[in-house]
Design a protein around this ligand. Structure first.
Ligand code: ZN
Length: 240
């Protein structure tokens, strides 16, 4: 489900493409954006009803994918209003556009890997004229009358932690090529399987806590300018 593809398939030279072995996999909600857009949308349309499910995930009673499915099922508004609310809540973090432009100019492959809605992400990309990336995200199924469900991207994998078809590591398995340095960027529980399998991790919030508890080294994802400097350093340190 690769949208907004930018890779022309050529083989850039090491001089002009120092990041040609970098595969950057970036979560969307709260990682690309300053706000948790799904949370803002749920709060707007469902009040506090979505919050107990978040607690159930924290207690390990349900997986994050099943949680989101149930939360999306709480929405009763027209699709257009749901998407408009998600898009209005989304502001890319400072430096994000510059960061992606520099990665792709350096030959890196960049993909957004999200449980969020593809249509909302695409609308934000168009609105803010963000640099082209591949997007692996979800589709909103149903309507206000019959109820909504969510279809995860078909390249998400199965895992005991995330549940069937809910694991972002499936995208990593699909995109990783021999010799790649895979770098994961995320902030949440749903990014943990990506982080476990990546070569380097940039994390904040819940993902940082999970990585620390699991003994996974990570960089603080404080700003995208700092992340870019760290990625360039990493690429120099890992020769092809
Ligand atoms: Zn998983």
């Amino acid at each position: 489900m690769a949208a907004m593809q930018t890779d022309a398939g050529h083989s850039p030279s090491p001089v002009t493409a120092p990041l040609r072995h970098v595969l950057a996999l970036i979560d969307y909600d709260g990682t690309v954006t300053t706000e948790e857009c799904i949370a803002v949308t749920l709060q707007h349309f469902a009040g506090d009803a979505w919050l107990p499910l978040e607690e159930a995930v924290r207690r390990g009673e349900i997986g994050h994918a099943a949680c989101l499915r149930q939360q999306i099922g709480m929405l009763k508004a027209p699709r257009r209003e749901i998407l408009a609310t998600m898009v209005a809540a989304a502001a890319p973090r400072p430096g994000f556009a510059r960061f992606v432009a520099a990665l792709t100019a350096g030959g890196a492959r960049v993909a957004v890997v999200s449980a969020g809605l593809r249509a909302a992400i695409a609308a934000v990309w168009r609105r803010d004229a963000l640099p082209a990336v591949d997007v692996y995200a979800s589709e909103l199924l149903g309507d206000a009358r019959s109820g909504y469900d969510i279809a995860y991207n078909p390249h998400f994998g199965d895992c005991p932690r995330c549940g069937p078809g809910g694991c972002k590591a499936g995208v990593l398995h699909r995109l990783r090529r021999p010799g790649d340095t895979v770098i994961a960027f995320g902030d949440g529980v749903s990014d943990f399987c990506l982080a476990r399998e990546a070569d380097s991790v940039f994390a904040r919030d819940s993902l940082a806590v999970l990585c620390a508890a699991a003994g996974i080294d990570y960089h603080d994802l404080s700003t995208y300018d700092a992340a870019l400097a760290a990625v360039l350093k990493l690429a120099c340190a890992s020769p092809p």
